[in-house]
Design a protein around this ligand. Structure first.
Ligand code: SF4
Length: 86
């Protein structure tokens, strides 16, 4: 399982969800279909997020799907990377 970096503490999405101003599902459009208005809301939050670069790079490294760093990442058919000790 991928380790989340220290940047996650500054994640604006998590803050918005805790405040009740966003829903986690906005960042995972594939669980309810893609191209939803909620996805656009997620991207808008990401655009204001102070750690969007770290988030984007983390998702790219681990081939995660969903909205990360303002980028909608779709399944590629490749297996996600795993930590060497898993
Ligand atoms: S860039 Fe978006 S998904 Fe990543 S931590 Fe920030 S708000 Fe969350």
């Amino acid at each position: 399982m991928a380790e989340v970096g220290k940047w996650e503490r500054d994640a604006l999405c998590a803050a918005r969800v805790r405040e009740g101003k966003a829903d986690t599902e906005w960042w995972f459009p594939f669980t309810k279909g893609s191209n939803k208005p909620e996805t656009k809301r997620a991207i808008k939050v990401c655009q204001e997020c102070p750690v969007w670069r770290e988030c984007r790079d983390f998702a790219a490294k681990w081939m995660l799907i969903g909205v990360w760093g303002g980028v909608v990442r779709v399944p590629t058919g490749r297996k996600p990377l795993l930590k060497a000790n898993n």
